[in-house]
Structures are given as structure tokens and as C-alpha cells.
Design a protein. Structure first.
Lengths: 323, 323
């Protein structure tokens, strides 16, 4: 695996394929925003740094900075802030900047960046079902628009893209584990699905598909536990087909102070590191649901790129020093 | 000056005024993007961190992070990357995340944030005149759209906003210094205009106005020196009226390797700290011009807010620990 395209991007960004990719990315961003505004969302400004951030980031490390003598983090995701913002407005989204110091071996997946952006959205009083439906219509619209507006660019990239068929197939986590087991992948029950298994599952499909209801032990403290199925969450991932892997992560949110504190303790998180968040929950926030969709991974999938780092103008990948 | 609105934002964000402000901000973001797309721009993803960033940030400090054992910076502005991107596409813009550790006394201006966003744009082969014209039409469109779409919100905020008259008045730096001198403000010639003097100048006006042609000693190494007026730059600032102060900074770019290295040396910058940038200039980049417009300051001006920190959902201000 050569990283020349990353290290020398400042010398190679004038290659015609990049012009095509970033024209398509512009179309993607425009479609997402148009669709969300037509659904009643407003766009807000995402945080960049803060006293705490999302710890539920699957083995990646957070970046710490000195902020006027206090230890701050660069945002790994804006999840905690989305719960704040829906106190103000019921449907919000942002283009949110995230930094995660992924382990070095993450480069081997071709789909991990150390710096990336999500379209992050949240809806007050929404349920999982609403979010799955919204995400399906959103992705369909984005791809329809790219097909209409960027056919020359797709052709140049050699990407044969077809309109999505919605709704997407749904698996529960249990069903996905069982399917993986039949394929020879043995996932430790209760853990995240490892990268190689997820890629194998993805390669088995020709359309995006959902995995829902992860065990509580696999995910962050901010997902709501399913009352009708204790030990499991009201959450979901969307997986792209053809080996492209994870697209979306989301779910309903735990919004009750006592439950969050209890979940933090179970995850060995110290609630005192999340003081404003805890204070906010004590004060009361509405229940909500939402998700984040990685912009670079969506671009990679739509453009049919082998590596996610060709889906961003100034890529940062684990362990590699680049512009 | 009380910072309660910043420190307790997680408890007060449901105040009705914030709903109005962020609805207007959404309209601003939407208008800017629609206008720029109609002018042939594409939106790109801005960098968050990198090995070097803009040093020309008027007394603020950069934030350093450890990136896989190397010292990286959180972006203070994406200027160096804009020059890279116009090698790929001739008209680009981004919603760019910036962090600057401003001196503590910067809070007293009411218009400084430690974390903020710019709409950052760049155009290959453009001149100052093109950029002034573009910025004027952009701002006129944004305000016309807010007047049309957010009249209830403006009314709630008590803001009487009127359509802009373009073109805006233009001063050179020399003329601005002379005017300030007649007002009793004595600015050290060749330096930036201090905050209090800029505010006084701003308060004297009822419409935004330009200050062009700063002395070379006042600005970063990436502005082009004016061939017809050595010692002065082909650059510009836009100042809001009524005391709101700085809106836009921009100019034509120095793109010639030898000249940049010479300017770095004069600014006591070590070229070896900018290795990819220097390498890129050696390889060749087109001449260009562009500017950045602060989203929070634009929102503050349009909403008529006393403090810029009420123009952002999750404010960070110099020296104050907040969500």
C-alpha cells in the first residue's frame, strides 16, 4: 500500500481525477444540505474543541490541547453537543470536524482517516425508525443528484453507479453475527464487528444495509437501551455494499441523568470529566435520535475509490505525516 | 462584562433569542453557499490540523498537538491550503474551522472568539478588484435573503436591518490612518490598526467600508506586494459599520517561491517549518486572490448582537472555560 497520494498531495492535486472527485463531493454536500433543509432542519456551527468529547470511538485516541491552562480535546464527534442543540431547535445538522488518532493498523482498511468530517444530525423526539427512513431517502437523493449532475465525472472515474433501491435490508446485530459465523468469521459476542468481518459482510451485498440493536457493551454511554430488550440498544449502523464498509452510525439517545451516570460508570468513564454535559442532563434535555454520516466515506463510495484518502483534498491518515 | 451566556450555554440555549439567531445563521450559510455556487465555486472540505498553519494572526497563539509523534497545529486559517486547492479547481470555498489562542484582553472587544469559522474562498488568476466586487454582491445577497426569510426573527431581536448599498466606500490604509489621526487616534505607521481605533472608525460609518493596501510590515507573508507601490500589499479588509468592526480579510497572493522565502525571512519565519508549502511553490501554483469572512461576526452584525459569542451555539472565548 503506497501513501504517495497522501504525502505528495500538494504536488499531485492537479491530477484530473481529483477535479472529478471534488466536483462530485461538492454535489454531495449540496444535495445533503438541500434535502435536510427541505425536511425542516437548520444548519449549525459544529464545535472544534471542548473540555470533553465522544469517548466511544472504537480504539482511537483523543487529541488533547492546552486551552488557557485547561486540558481540552479536539472533537472526536459532536454527539454531546447535538443533545444540547436540540434544546434550542428540534431538527439540526452540522458539517462537523473530527480528529481521531486511530491505531497505525487502521490504514490497512483503506477507509480510516485521522481527520474527517461528518454530516451530523439530530432530531428531538425522533425514533430509530424515523432516522432509518430519513437516511434512506437522503442517500437516495444524493446519489440521484450525482447521477444527474456529475455523469461526466463518474464516467472519467470509471464508476458505474445506479440509483439506490430503498428501503435497505435490515439485520439485527445478532443476525449479522450469525451470518458472519456461517461465513467463518467468529466475532466475540457483545463487541464491535471487527474491520475485516465488516468488510466481508459488506462485500456480500450489492446495496447498502442496516445493522441494528447492538449490545450495550459495544457502544458509547449516550445510546438509549431498548426497554423491550434489556442489554441491547436502540441504535443502528449503515454499511455500504461491495466492501466499502461503514457509512452511518446513529441511534436514539439516553437523555436521563441517572441512566447516563450509571452507563458512564459501567464504561469506566468518570462523570466528573463530563461536568457540563451532566449538568445539562440534570437540567433536562428532550429525548432525541440522530446519526452521523462520514463525508469522505460517502464520497469514496459514490466515486468508487479504493482508498478514502483520495476522497478528501488534504488527507491525514494514521501515522503518516502529510500536508 | 458577564460571561454567563458563555459559561452556562448548556442551560440557556433554549432561550427564544437563540432560536432566532441560529435560524438567521442558517439562512446566512445557505445564502452564501447558493451565491457562491451560482458564481461557479465548488465547496471543499477544509483542513482541521496540519504540520503548519497561518502565522499571520495578529498576536494570537497557535494550538499545538502531538500527531503520531510529530508536532502539528490546529488550523488558525486555511490560507496555505487554498493556494494548494486552486491547482485543482479555479474557484473554491470551504466552511473552515479555526482555533486561535487570543490574548485575554481580546474578550473586551466583544468580537473575538478563540474558536470560529470562516467561509474561506479563493479564485485562480483573480485580482483584488474581482474580490471586492464579489464580496459586495455576496453580502448584499445574504442580507436581502435574511430580510426576506427571517423578518420575524429580526423583529424579535429588535434589529432594524436595511438592504446594503453597493459598492462600499474605499479607503487606503494611508487614508484610514489619516482619518484616525484627525479623530485623535495615533496608529503606529506600518502596523495593524488597533482594536479600539478600528471600532471608532467603524462607529463613524453607517455602511460597510473597505480598507485596502496595507503596508507589507502589517501582514502575513502570503499577500502579494503591489508592484506599482513597493512596500504595500494588494490586500483589503472589510469593516462593518456601527462599531461592529472587522468583517473580511483578503487579497492577492504571493505565489513565487523566491519571494515567499524572502518574505518569510523578513517576518522571522523559518521556511523549514513550511516544508510542503515551499515544495509546492517550487513546483508552481497559479496566482490567485481570495478572502475569508467570519461566520460568527457576520451573524453578529446581521442580528445586531452586542457580543459575538451570542452568534455561535457553543462559544469559546479567550481565557474562559465553557462547553
Amino acid at each position: 500500500m503506497s501513501f504517495n497520494s497522501v504525502i505528495f498531495r500538494h504536488l499531485t492535486i492537479n491530477e484530473p481525477r481529483f477535479k472529478c472527485i471534488f466536483k462530485i463531493q461538492d454535489s454531495i454536500l449540496f444535495s445533503i444540505r438541500s434535502f435536510l433543509r427541505s425536511e425542516g432542519f437548520i444548519e449549525i456551527l459544529a464545535p472544534i474543541i471542548g473540555p470533553c468529547t465522544d469517548p466511544g470511538i472504537r480504539g482511537a485516541k483523543l487529541v488533547s490541547i492546552d486551552y488557557y491552562g485547561s486540558k481540552f480535546k479536539v472533537m472526536s464527534s459532536m454527539i454531546l453537543y447535538k443533545q444540547m442543540m436540540i434544546k434550542c431547535y428540534p431538527k439540526i445538522f452540522a458539517l462537523s470536524p473530527n480528529v481521531r488518532i486511530e491505531p497505525l493498523e487502521a490504514v490497512s482498511t483503506g477507509r480510516h482517516l485521522a481527520e474527517f468530517r461528518q454530516i451530523d444530525l439530530e432530531v428531538a423526539y425522533a425514533k430509530c425508525e424515523d432516522m432509518l427512513n430519513l437516511a434512506e431517502r437522503l442517500l437516495k437523493k444524493v446519489i440521484d443528484d450525482v447521477l444527474t449532475n456529475c455523469s461526466d465525472e463518474l464516467k472519467f472515474l470509471g464508476r458505474e453507479l445506479t440509483p439506490l433501491k430503498i428501503p435497505f435490508k435490515r439485520y439485527t446485530y445478532d443476525e449479522a453475527i450469525e451470518l458472519l459465523s456461517s461465513m467463518g468469521y467468529h466475532v466475540s459476542y457483545g463487541c464491535e464487528i471487527p474491520w475485516d468481518a465488516e468488510e466481508a459482510l459488506s462485500s456480500l451485498h450489492k446495496e447498502p444495509f442496516w445493522i441494528t440493536s447492538y449490545p450495550i457493551s459495544a457502544r458509547g454511554f449516550y445510546y438509549l437501551e431498548d426497554e423491550s430488550r434489556p442489554g441491547f440498544l436502540r441504535d443502528f449502523d449503515l454499511i455500504y455494499p461491495d466492501g466499502y464498509g461503514e457509512a452511518i452510525s446513529g441511534g436514539e439517545r439516553e437523555y436521563r441523568y441517572e441512566f447516563v451516570v450509571e452507563r458512564m460508570r459501567r464504561n469506566c468513564e468518570d462523570p466528573s470529566n463530563y461536568s457540563w454535559y451532566i449538568e445539562m442532563l440534570k437540567d433536562g434535555v428532550p429525548p432525541s435520535a440522530g446519526f452521523g454520516i462520514g463525508v469522505e466515506r460517502l464520497t469514496r463510495y459514490i466515486c468508487g475509490l479504493r482508498y478514502v484518502w483520495d476522497a478528501v483534498p488534504f488527507p491525514k491518515i494514521p501515522g503518516v505525516i502529510s500536508p
